[in-house]
Design a protein. Structure first.
Lengths: 906, 522
């Protein structure tokens, strides 16, 4: 099936033509393959003529109009047939035409480098053109190179300059896997306009990122830019891929999330047998029989596996149709060479799916050329066996024809010396290189630095959602905070290939208040498992259940360090409850409670608390090194119905057996009706070292009394555990219903509270500032300070205050003026000396220029700081003269300044 | 204190103790039980003997496990008879007539000691009480402030009372104590506040610092000595002590009168010096070799012990597993037999279970036998290896010692030559230098001088021989001891295991048999 968008663009006749071409290419495909094989085997010289002929044929294929003319007679019928068939096929034309067409792109805002070429770039284009012509001359049977497609402004740009190595500011994007994942998530894939040809355009990453859409070339250019920025030795590859690869079809791939990580078989380093290791006891079983048995079992297993595989293969073959265009579909991906960033081995990255493949993978069918931001290489190796035989030694000019002569590429490695002799005479390969300017290097990229806003980075997928269909699995991804229950990822696994029967669902959550991280729902068994991150109010780690009803099968795991009682796990069945502990001061590690059937109570008024009767409680303790083993209880069993307590002590270090003790008590009296306190037969014991202890009855009595108390406590504990389970279940239900999301305090965008707080703080700061400025100007302050603080002023006080202030101000002005005058007279020699100050007449309007006869010095001396208004630049300039006067700011005496006219205030 | 002098003192006899124990023992039902079977003194944990007019502490040796003893308000004059009460944590001797602290040297676990209201005038003899936390010495006659410095050695001491002593009347009493005992929390039943501590620190900083400095010096000296001692022990374990220097050489000359006299001769000084240098080098070689060999032996022993332990552990685990398996079965069978009503079935089951028990015995015994065989082989191998190692060591040391002897012989010849030539010179009167009279006396005739040189030589050889013999005998005896001990340990282990298995099986069998009897009774 051809790709729909290309159909929508071309007319009807072309439509037919392309499907027709399809047919032909199917025929020619096998031929081409053969050609390639032959080429390897036969001599070049002898083949030249034949080759030319074949090239012509290939050209004919490329120009189908001719082909049609030639073969009209033969294909007339076929065509009609095809037409009919095609009319039957319903082509689902996308309702909304792709926005990612040239017209839709707003090129007006793009910088100049996008819209024109620099002389250096022009030169490069010439070089490339020259190269391309030579190439087509030398290898006429190969398709034209992908060298300088037009960009979004219709300017031809060399592909290498489209790559803009950028190191992203996000630490997540420093490694290739996360980087590729981001690219594949962030952009939505658009198929090539013609699946058999590279596109005629290649847009800049700026545009691609803006519209979040692109074809495989856009993908690989962006990814390559990011990888180069992160320091990888990455290349964009133009080549041929399988159908699945080109269509981003993962339905035949197993979802990586479903693949269980292979259990790392810990190869326990077998310590070399020590010198004195004892010899194992002689094995007396027949080795032959054992081997036979193993053989038989292996045979059975192999048979089974074979059968399973066969069934699977059949099913798969059914679903996988052979691709008519196999080997011709153009694709672009990224090659990462080993060496830099500790990459041990070269590999491919498919930018659509962000998966890495080995260079031997079956999906990659051939390479035409590859490039990075520095150079462009054409593959001269044969791809008859996909990419499996390719050698990625780019310094080898026989295998990789380079466009620009570069010095920093590794030259041919010395191991392949035998090739040298063979290639000595073919100067053809190196033709044209001599006339090139050897010092010419790649011009800088015309693309702007790649920028991804934090919002876009967080949202990742276009519209925040992405769905991937895998083999028997479906993966959905959402941006955080998009779903109000915090869902970010869901993986649905199906039983069959048609994806109808759901096996299990896994849902990942983020930013949940209840710390829920992963919900695992098994549809077959009905088992639900919730996993929590640390921080749940009940310290829950995992909760697996089939129903939320109490007293059913369930397992709860806890973060034991967050709990006071050190509980790790609590398992429940309808009749039992088992708890595991760790790190308790009393060293309790295990408690198992058996419940009996609930006794039906007749009185309904106390229906709420009708706990099931406890039948048996088993408690186990870890070894307490402070106590001797014979006194350290390992296990105690309270048999509540039999009124019996069994104790088992810890085993001594060098012993096989452990002491045991069993208490039975009788409540009935003896024959005389006296109450029995303690008799030797109430305590049965087995002592490992009977001679070491002579336990008296008193001791046993005391032990028994203590155990009775412990029993009560244990029962209470069991009851409390039951209550806790109920409480947790209630809490979980509430949380599920509410699903509150948390917002990190560092998330300045979403965190309303912190935003408010920050704004309030800013406002406060501003107010404070204003108030301070005001306070500085408060000329009443020194007078108010005389009065008792915090009291309201009476009218009389206020009036008096005002008068005082004014008179004070007046006095001060007078003083100052006097002072100024005095100094002025003293300092200034000049025309008015002896005559007293005289007001100079402003000559040109109110704004007078500085005249040499007047100075602000006096003002400065008297008031402290002064600003001259007369001068055009209102700086405080010290020895300075001007005619207008100055503003006196908060002077030495603390009086806040006012305006002053020179010389006439007195 | 002496208010009761007119009352007749009582003796701590059995009766009195029994009465006290009975009175202070368990109550109610437990008391009845206790009365029935009596209480052993060694089970008593706490004993109260106040207001009994006791003059002499006695008869307490049976109370081995006593934790708390109250002897207050008596007329005791001397602390005695407490040597056996090593578990004692709390001792109250207040309101007595004690004059000196003594007899507490074995009470290493004591944490709380009360000597309130006695006639004590000096704090001492408390060195053994390393865990002491509370010390009450109020109302005594302690008059010397320096006594308090003695209390610095108790790192855990938190509570101290000294009120009512002459010392408490001093002006800076509190600050002095606070400064010298900075870890103290309560003094005279009052909490020491931080303010007081600061004050005290300021006041007495100089003297306290000086004291601290002295203490640290002492400590360092002690540690150094300890380290030296340990090093020597290490060398002794390698059987090469005192060989890492000129010790042997010096000891050769220590008892050698003639030798030291002869060293005054011209040229002999240099000769002795070169001889010494060479000798010391050989000694050092022996030392180094010995240390290396010691390491080798140790590694050998460690691997051996590790392997043996591993083997034992493995078998033990297997045995435990078997027993656990059996126990499960055993419990089930017992209950099923108990429920069985029919006699024939009952008997069949009994027989079956008896067989099970026999099987268990067989399995356990097989495991043990395997282990014994394996261990025997390993032990023999180890023995061979260790003998080889020791043999190698001895051989090498002997060859090195032979070098020493050669050196000595060589030296002897040279010395003799010099002596004779000197004698000739003396006879001819050509000797320029002055010789001490004692030395000159040696040169009366040729025989004397030859004898003197010979005697010196003999002494040296003897010393070397002695050292060699000592080393060889010690290393051999060590080897013999080691091997002997390993064999013995193995035998003991085997016996213990056998006993344990038998005991367990007897117990199980008896459980089964008791069923039989009880059923027969029914």
């Amino acid at each position: 099936m051809l790709v729909a968008p290309s159909w929508s663009e071309v007319g009807h006749s072309e439509c037919i033509y392309s499907s027709y071409r399809d047919l032909i290419s199917r025929q020619s495909e096998t031929q081409q393959m053969e050609v390639l094989k032959e080429k390897v085997e036969e001599e070049e010289e002898a083949e030249r003529a034949e080759q030319a002929e074949r090239a012509e044929r290939a050209k004919k294929m490329m120009r189908p109009m001719e082909v049609r003319k030639e073969d009209t007679t033969r294909t007339q019928e076929m065509l009609r047939d095809l037409e009919r068939k095609l009319s039957e096929i319903e082509v689902s034309i996308p309702e909304k035409p792709s926005t990612f067409t040239k017209d839709a792109i707003d090129t007006s805002k793009l910088p100049l480098s996008y819209q024109s070429n620099t002389p250096k770039e022009e030169h490069l284009l010439q070089v490339a053109d020259n190269f391309s012509r030579q190439y087509s001359h030398l290898c006429p049977d190969r398709v034209p190179l992908f060298l300088y497609p037009v960009n979004e402004c219709s300017v031809p740009k060399f592909v290498s300059t489209t790559i803009r190595p950028t190191l992203m500011p996000y630490p997540e994007l420093y490694n290739w896997d996360t980087c590729a994942q981001f690219v594949s998530d962030f952009l939505s894939a658009v198929p090539l306009p013609d699946p058999l040809k590279p596109p005629s355009y290649l847009y800049s990453s700026t545009t691609v990122l803006k519209y979040q859409e692109g074809n495989c070339f856009d993908f690989s250019t962006l990814l390559c830019s990011m990888l180069l920025g992160a320091g990888y030795d990455a290349y964009c590859v133009y080549g041929y891929g399988s159908q699945d690869l080109c269509h981003m079809d993962l339905t035949r791939e197993v979802c990586p999330l479903t693949v269980k990580p292979k259990e790392m078989v810990k190869e326990e380093e077998k310590a070399p047998p020590k010198k004195y290791a004892v010899k194992p006891p002689r094995d007396l079983t027949s080795r032959f029989e054992r081997e036979q048995e193993i053989k038989r079992q292996e045979g059975v297993k192999a048979e089974e596996e074979k059968r399973l595989k066969q069934g699977e293969r059949l099913a798969e073959q059914e679903s996988a149709k052979t691709d008519p265009l196999h080997g011709l579909r153009v694709h672009s991906w990224v090659l990462v060479l080993s060496g830099k960033r500790e990459v041990p081995e070269s590999f491919f990255i498919d930018p659509f799916t962000a998966r890495s493949y080995s260079t031997q993978d079956d999906h990659f069918l051939g390479i035409e050329s590859l490039w990075n931001h520095k150079n462009y290489w054409v593959n001269m190796q044969d791809c008859w066996n996909c990419c499996k035989d390719l050698v990625f030694d780019l310094g080898d000019p026989v295998r990789w024809e380079y466009l620009l002569l570069e010095t920093d590429k590794p030259l041919l490695s010395l191991t392949e010396e035998e090739d040298d002799g063979m290639n000595d005479d073919d100067d053809v390969e190196n033709l044209g290189k001599e006339d090139e300017d050897k010092s010419f290097d790649m011009p800088c990229s015309w693309v702007e630095q790649i920028e991804i806003s934090p919002e876009a980075f967080e949202t990742r997928c276009p519209n925040g959602k992405k769905v991937i269909q895998y083999k028997r699995a479906r993966l959905e991804k959402w941006a955080p905070y998009l779903n109000n229950n915090g869902l970010v990822c869901r993986l649905t696994t199906y039983e069959d290939l048609q994806c109808t029967k759901i096996l299990e669902i896994k849902e990942w959550f983020q930013n949940r208040k209840d710390m829920l991280e992963l919900k695992h729902i098994n549809k077959v068994t009905g088992l639900n498992i919730d996993y929590f991150k640390p921080g749940h109010p009940q310290a829950l780690r995992a909760h697996s259940y089939t129903s939320m009803q109490p007293e059913m099968d369930r397992v709860m795991e806890f973060y034991e360090t967050a709990r006071v009682d050190g509980l790790i796990k609590r398992e429940e069945t309808p009749r039992t409850m088992t708890e595991y502990y760790q790190g308790r001061p009393d060293l309790l590690s295990y408690r198992h409670v058996n419940f009996g059937p609930r006794i039906k109570k007749l009185s309904l008024n106390s229906a709420e608390s009708n706990p099931r009767p406890v039948v048996k409680i088993t408690e186990r303790f870890s070894r307490n090194p402070a106590k001797p083993a014979d006194e350290d209880v390992a296990e105690r069993v309270f048999l509540l119905l039999d009124e019996r307590i069994q104790l088992r002590y810890h085993c001594r270090e060098d012993h096989l057996t452990a002491s045991k003790r069993e208490f039975l008590w009788r409540t009935e009296g003896d024959s005389k009706g006296n109450k029995i306190i303690m008799t030797p037969d109430m305590c049965l014991s087995f002592e490992v070292e009977p001679m070491e202890h002579t336990k008296k009855l008193l001791y046993q009595y005391e032990a028994m009394m203590k155990l009775k108390n412990e029993e009560k406590l244990a029962r209470h504990q069991a009851w409390e555990s039951e209550l806790e389970v109920l409480e947790i279940l209630k809490l979980r239900e509430e949380e599920e219903a509410a699903h509150v999301l948390t917002i990190s305090i560092y998330d300045t965008k979403r965190n309303e509270k912190s935003k408010e707080y920050r704004e309030a703080m800013e406002r406060m700061m501003l107010e404070e500032h204003l108030w301070q400025a005001e306070a500085q100007l408060d000329y009443l302050a020194p007078f108010l300070a005389q009065l008792p603080p915090g009291e309201k002023l009476t009218r009389w006080q206020a009036v008096r205050l005002k008068d005082e202030c004014l008179s004070d101000f007046k006095q001060r002005l007078i003083d100052k003026a006097n002072l100024i005058q005095a100094r002025f007279e003293k300092v200034l020699p000049g025309p008015w000396q002896g005559r007293g100050p005289q007001r100079p007449q402003p000559e040109n309007g109110p704004r007078a220029v500085c005249s040499p006869s007047q100075t602000c010095e006096g003002l400065i001396g008297a008031g402290g700081g002064c600003q001259c208004l007369g001068c055009p630049d209102d700086r405080v300039v010290l020895p300075h003269t001007c005619s207008l006067g100055g503003r006196v700011d908060g002077g030495r005496e603390g009086v806040v300044g006012g305006w002053m006219e020179p010389y006439n205030s007195s | 204190m002496n208010r009761l002098c007119d009352v007749e003192p009582r003796v701590m006899d059995d009766e009195m103790l029994k009465l006290a124990v009975g009175e202070q023992g368990p109550r109610d039902e437990a008391g009845q039980l206790a009365k029935q079977e009596g209480i052993l003194f060694k089970d008593v944990l706490s004993l109260q003997l106040d207001f009994q007019n006791i003059l002499r502490i006695d008869n307490l040796w049976q109370f081995e496990n006593l934790r708390k003893l109250q002897l207050d308000n008596n007329i005791i004059e001397k602390i005695e008879g407490l040597e056996n009460l090593t578990h004692l944590v709390w001792l109250d001797l207040s309101f007595n007539n004690i004059e000196a602290i003594e007899g507490l040297d074995t009470l290493v676990n004591l944490e709380d000691l009360s000597l309130f209201n006695n006639r004590i005038s000096k704090i001492d003899s408390l060195d053994a009480l390393v865990k002491l936390q509370v010390l009450s010495l109020g109302n005594n006659q302690i008059g010397n402030m320096t006594n308090i410095i003695y209390l610095r050695r108790f790192k855990d001491l938190r509570t101290l009372s000294l009120s009512g002593n002459p010392v408490a009347e001093a002006e800076d009493y509190r600050t002095f104590i606070c400064a010298y005992l900075p870890d103290l929390v309560y003094l005279d039943f009052q909490r020491i506040d931080d303010h007081m501590k600061e004050l005290a620190e300021m006041k007495h900083q100089c003297s306290v610092d000086e004291l601290k400095h002295q203490e640290s010096l002492m400590q360092a000296q002690l540690e150094e000595e300890q380290a030296r001692w340990e090093e020597l022990e290490g060398h002794k374990a390698a059987f090469v002590e005192h060989l890492n220097g000129p010790f042997l050489f010096d000891s050769m000359y220590a008892e050698d009168v003639e030798g030291s006299q002869l060293s005054h001769l011209p040229g002999v000084g240099e000769l002795v010096q070169t001889y010494k240098d060479k000798f010391v080098i050989i000694c050092l070689n022996i030392f180094k070799f010995g240390m290396k060999q010691q390491e080798k032996r140790k590694a050998e022993l460690d691997t051996f012990m590790g392997c043996v332990q591993e083997a034992i552990q493995e078998k033990q685990e297997q045995g435990k597993h078997e027993i656990a398996k059996f126990e499960e079965k055993h419990l089930l069978t017992l209950s099923s037999i108990r429920d069985e009503s029919e006699l024939t079935n009952f008997e069949i089951k009994m027989a079956e279970h008896s067989e099970n028990i026999t099987e268990l015995v067989n399995v356990l015994m097989t495991l043990e036998m395997q282990l014994v065989e394996q261990l025997e082989e390993t032990i023999n191998m180890f023995e061979r290896n260790i003998i080889d190692l020791v043999g190698l060591f001895v051989e090498n040391v002997q060859s090195l010692m032979a070098q020493c002897r050669d050196l000595e012989n060589h030296h002897h010849e040279k010395l003799l030559e010099i002596a004779i030539s000197t004698r000739e010179k003396i006879v001819k009167g050509e000797l320029d230098e002055d010789l001490p009279d004692a030395v000159r006396a040696l040169f009366v005739d040729k025989d004397t001088i030859v004898n003197a040189v010979g005697a010196s030589h003999d002494i040296h050889l003897l010393k070397i021989d002695n050292r060699e013999d000592e080393l060889v005998t010690r290393v051999n005896s060590w080897r013999a001891h080691l091997v002997d001990k390993i064999h013995k340990d193995e035998i003991m282990r085997n016996r213990r295991r056998m006993k344990e298995i038998n005991q367990y099986v007897d117990h199980v069998q008896s459980e089964l048999d008791s069923l039989e009897y009880s059923d027969l009774l029914d």
